[in-house]
Ligand binder design. Structure first.
Ligand code: NAP
Length: 457
């Protein structure tokens, strides 16, 4: 019986991996999510047939409660609130892995040195992921507004990590460790996660969440070994590996080494330095913006965080369709870190119904800007700031940007003088070929649509 169960777990793991693979392309992403979901349901059902399993009432209650909350929140949560939802669910995974270890420690008895070491490691990593993710959630949800940094922050982190390792060693070495040691170990591990994450600024949070996600995967994989569950091992390792890769890719796209994000975070104050920018910002009206785009040959739309905040994606796509009906070629250019989470803009545009063949990544589209009549920047700032190419003293120097300044005309939609996430001035706004279209994205694009329609008559 247990051989059959192991085989089913293995099949479940294979389907889960195929589901993840399918998510790598926008065309098959939805199918991938469904496959991974079925695999998880199958893994949960198989648990009922695992020998020695008796707590059916508890299991069903947990499944109904957890599934119900996830189903409800998945339906009601707003697209712009996705990062905090990912953060809190990720934290639950880490917490669950730590809880498995806590249960094994409470049961006592000898699991063998290797299994106990892995359980301790999983408990440490899972606890850090849990408390860190809770802090990330609190920051992104606006519950915790201040970046909270201790005087000797890095020393405190190091001290807590060392203490957790020592307590963990005691748990490994002593066959039935006193409960005070186990409790102290978990308190220290949880404190480490919270203190490590507290000083990190809200906008760096997606990278941190991705890192904590990798931690959760690792913790789950380790506890999978302790429980002898291959599905948990495979799923955990896959999540751990993909989380690590994603973290690296995001850090690279932001040109911020991961160690800087964690140990010397941007605290939210405007970043200093940078060359003085010459020129002035020139405003343009919604009517003029409509005329310039209506009579253009090619328009490249660059969405950013502001489009997400304003929820303007449907209006933007409506405007693009109107322009296309008038014979204008319209495409979308997406920077890898536009918005506040990986794929943020792709998700919003897909939600609005923009076909995938109109959406281009940075490497695919950057060479096209010099041929574009108009680059329309909607609520993006840092990802189009040319100082990233030119100013070595700028905090975003070296970050690859979308070359919108090379288009014949640039129109920037934003509400006022607000800076982007990095807090620095944008040299693009002062260029001769750039005009500012002030207003909240949804409302101002609505006005542009009205004028484009009037121009058709
Ligand atoms: P951004 O640099 O944060 O700029 C957003 C712009 O949107 C601001 O200039 C703001 O100006 C404008 N805005 C805000 N609300 C608006 C509204 N309702 N209507 C119109 N405009 C509005 O955005 P981004 O260019 O997308 O760059 C993303 C930044 O986040 C990068 O620095 C990136 O490194 C960082 N980041 C991204 C990720 C990720 O995974 N995507 C992760 C971590 C960090 P006003 O206030 O004047 O309107």
């Amino acid at each position: 019986m247990s051989g059959v169960i192991q085989l089913v777990y293995f099949a479940v793991a294979v389907v889960f991996i195929l589901g993840l693979k399918a998510m790598s392309s926008p065309v098959t992403a939805r199918k991938g999510i469904v496959w991974a979901g079925y695999a998880m349901i199958a893994a949960t059902l198989v648990t009922f047939y695992t020998p020695g399993m008796q707590n059916y009432g508890l299991m069903i209650t947990a499944i109904v409660l957890g599934g119900g909350v996830a189903w409800w929140s998945g339906r009601v949560v707003k697209m712009t609130d996705m990062p905090q939802m990912v953060a809190i669910y990720n934290g639950m995974g880490g917490g669950a892995a730590a809880a498995i270890a806590a249960l094994e420690f409470a049961r006592g008895g000898s699991h063998g040195a290797i299994a106990t070491t892995l359980a301790v490691l999983g408990a440490l990593i899972g606890s850090v992921a849990f408390s860190g993710s809770c802090i990330a959630f609190a920051k992104l949800q606006g519950i915790m507004t201040k970046a909270w940094r201790l005087p000797a922050q890095n020393m405190v982190n190091l001290g807590l990590a060392a203490l957790a390792v020592v307590l963990g060693l005691v748990i490994v070495v002593v066959e039935t460790p006193p409960s005070a040691i186990v409790i102290a170990f978990f308190i220290v591990a949880l404190a480490l996660g919270a203190i490590l994450t507290s000083p990190i600024g809200g906008a760096d949070m997606p990278v941190v969440i991705s890192l904590l996600n990798a931690f959760t995967g690792l913790a789950v994989g380790l506890e999978g070994y302790v429980l002898g569950n291959p599905a948990l091992i495979v799923a955990g390792i896959v999540v751990g590996a993909s989380g690590t890769l994603l973290t690296q890719l995001m850090a690279k796209a932001m040109n911020r080494p991961i160690r800087n994000i964690i140990f010397t975070p941007i605290t939210g104050e405007a970043a200093g330095g940078g060359e003085a920018i010459e020129g002035s910002m020139k405003e343009l009206s919604a009517l003029d913006a409509a005329s310039v785009m209506r009579y253009a040959g090619k328009v490249i739309i660059v969405p950013g965080y502001g489009m997400a905040v304003a929820g303007a994606q449907h209006k933007v796509w409506e405007m693009a369709q109107l322009l296309e009906e008038g014979g204008v070629e319209v495409v979308f250019a997406i920077h890898p870190v536009a918005g506040r989470m990986p794929g943020h803009m792709n998700v919003l545009l897909a939600e609005a119904g923009v076909p995938y063949d109109k959406i281009f990544d940075l490497e695919e589209i950057n060479a096209d800007f010099p041929q574009a009549d108009v680059a329309l920047v909607i609520g993006a700032n840092d990802v189009v700031n040319p100082v990233a190419r030119t100013d070595k003293s700028s905090p975003i120097y070296g970050m690859p940007i979308l070359n919108v300044d090379m288009a014949h005309n640039v129109i920037v939609v934003k509400r006022g003088q607000g800076a982007g996430y990095s807090g620095i001035e944008n040299a693009l706004f002062y260029k001769d070929n750039c005009r500012m279209l002030y207003g909240s994205a949804q409302q101002i694009i609505g006005e542009v649509i009205t004028h484009v329609k009037a121009l058709e008559v």
